[in-house]
Every structure is written in structure tokens, then in C-alpha cells.
Design a protein around this ligand. Sequence first.
Ligand SMILES: NC(=O)c1ccc[n+]([C@@H]2O[C@H](COP(=O)([O-])OP(=O)(O)OC[C@H]3O[C@@H](n4cnc5c(N)ncnc54)[C@H](O)[C@@H]3O)[C@@H](O)[C@H]2O)c1
Length: 373
Amino acid sequence: MKKISIGIIGGGLMGREMASAFARWCALADVTVHPILSAVADLNPTTLSWFDAIPSCTQKTTDYRDLLANPDLDVIYVALPHHLHEAVYLEVLEAGKDLFAEKPFGIDLAAARRIMEAVDKSGRFVRCSSEMPFFPGAQRVIDQVVHQPIGRILEVVSGFHHSSDLDPTKPANWKRQSPTCGEGGVLNDLGMHACHLPLRLGWKPKRLFAQLQKGVSQRPDGKGGVATCDTWDNALLHTWVQVGEQEVPLRLEMKRLSPGSTNTWFIEILGTEGGVRFSTAEPKTLWVFERGKEQWWKKTELGFSTQFKTVTGGIFEPGFPDVIQQMWAAYLMERENMLGERFGCATPAEAVATHEIFSAALESQRSGSVITL
Ligand SMILES: NC(=O)c1ccc[n+]([C@@H]2O[C@H](COP(=O)([O-])OP(=O)(O)OC[C@H]3O[C@@H](n4cnc5c(N)ncnc54)[C@H](O)[C@@H]3O)[C@@H](O)[C@H]2O)c1
């Protein structure tokens, strides 16, 4: 396998998730690339010490510019609060490194567009993190829509729900405050997950009406005081997309206040002849609708049918760490021009398109009107 040397900037929740995906790379059976985690940068020395468990990770620094100066690193993955995306992504590109960028790819639309411009100028290989479409069930949804007859599409719902903000005693963090998360709040946080598959299927909203909600306005700051939380927590975007000759309603749902949900990503596409539904709440289950003399919702247990084969037995159920690893396999194989027909990671253009949707949603909320994109 070709070894690819990786550096991580931001070793928090996602930095460590990615590091663990590299650490169990031996699970993958049909890739020709092998990521080696060589370096990590984080402001917090305690966070850095977690990486002591990874022998290949020999460069640990509180200054991310040390990574950019390291000539041995091929790819930099950046998982930082949103207000830092633009500056750091641009510096990674200027350093001549390929970039795997966390969503939302800049704090707002203007930042995303500037990043995209820098990507185009740099010629570097850049993709944006969005792992949920790598669930086998999500891939089967695409297959069903592209290759199976479902008739005229009637409606599409795509969303991401969790309930992390329901507990008012949970301390505030950067994701609950506009200067660090962005005015979009939950749009920036969960929007890429809801938009990625519809965009990949060519369904970009033409118009939208948004209903945005805020949750708890003050939370403990974790230091004995109180912090103001001003970001949007829930977003319902009622949009219209063009599918063939028809205008079709697409509802995008992003919620941090969804009672009972824990990181549930879902998509449902209904047509006149058939339909398909997948939710990570049932990670190996695909629901397919068929209409005949009677009507059926057929339930299929898909098992571990990931697009890159692994040592895991086909009867088992996939989970979040598995799709993170599949996403990295797609990034690294595409970087080598070896992705073939397989599903690739979100592109910079798709990331900018999500921000166009978020920006229109904020405008719709402000004006109480339908916005044309
Ligand atoms: N793809 C997904 O499913 C998913 C899930 C969660 C978060 N994210 C995204 O990942 C990114 C990071 O989110 P997170 O949940 O890992 O956040 P986090 O707060 O857990 O981690 C961020 C880390 O960045 C470090 N940091 C802050 N400023 C720094 C600097 N100047 N230099 C070096 N390190 C610095 C912090 O110390 C922290 O460890 C965000 O863009 C977020 O939207 C993606």
C-alpha cells in the first residue's frame, strides 16, 4: 500500500475520531493507500497527549504552523471551530498541502467562496468532510433513485437530528455562539449532512422558506459563570428543487433540539411508483416502497455492505466510525485517481452550495419570505 503522511490540526472530537479510523486501517480489504498519522496540532496540551497512544504520531505541537512547515506531510485534515476555517485552510493550501476540510467550509458564504477561489488557484486536492452518505443504506438510496423505477418524484425529506441542546445545564461551547460557530448555528453545524445527498443527486434548491428556532439563551460557561448562547438550534427549510420536468418539494431538517434523537441522519424519497427510506437509527435497514395492486414497504437488512470492502463479516451492522473510515478511503483513493465509479467525498463546490442554502435560509428567517437562490 502507498503510504500517505497525514497531519491533523484540531485534535478535539473529530480529530481523535479520524485518528482512530487511521489506526484500524487494517480493517479495509480493497484499498491501495495507507494513511499514516504523523503529526497533530492543538492549543490544548492535554488533548495532544491523547495522541501519545499512536506511535507514528511523532510531531505534537501547539502551533499548527509547525505542521505546515513539515515537508513530510502529504495531507492536512483540519477540524477547528468555524471562525478559524478560512485562515487555516488558506494557509494549508499556501503551504502546498492537500486538504481535507471539516464542514461547514468557512463560517459563512463569503468565507466559503474565498476558500473555493483559493482551492481553484492552488490546484491542490481538497474535499469536505461529510460521512453519512457512506452508510450502505445511504448508498442504496442513491442506487434506488438512479437505477430503479420510482416514477415521478413527489417529495424528498433529508435531515439530521440530535438532542444535545435539550439539557439546559450543559455548558456552552463554541458551537452555541455566533462569533465562533457562525450566525447559521445549526445550519453550519448539521447542514452539510442534510444537503449532501440531495446536492449530489442534482437537487439544488431554487427557492426556500425557512423556519429557524433558538433554544436555551444562557448556559453555564464551565467556569462558574454564565454564557450567552445566540445561535439557531433548529432549522426547517422548505425548498423547491427541479427534478426533470417537475418542481418537487425538498424539506431539509437540522435539529439540535430533537427529543429522543442521538445523531440521527435520514433521507426519504417518495415517488408515484416507488420510494425509499433510510435512517441511521436503523443502521442496516433499508425501506423500499413498491406500488402494485397492493402497496408495500419492504424492509431489507443490508448488513455491512460498504463500498470499500472490509474484514468485517457481511451480516454485521455498520456505525459512525465505519463510515468515517469509508469516507477517508474515498478521499485517499480519489486523490490517487483510483475512486472509479464509487461515491466520492463532498466537493468544495458542494460545500459552497450548502452555504448558499444557509445564507438564503437566514435571509428568509429575517424577512419572513420565500427566497430565490
Ligand atoms: N463530520 C462530522 O460529523 C462532524 C462532527 C462534529 C464536528 N464536526 C466539525 O469538525 C470541526 C471541529 O469540531 P469538533 O467537534 O471536533 O470541535 P472540538 O471543540 O471538539 O475540537 C476543536 C479543537 O480545536 C482546537 N483548537 C482551537 N483553536 C486552535 C488553534 N488555533 N490551533 C490549534 N488547535 C486549536 C481545540 O483545542 C479543540 O481541541 C468543526 O468544523 C465541526 O463543524 C464535524
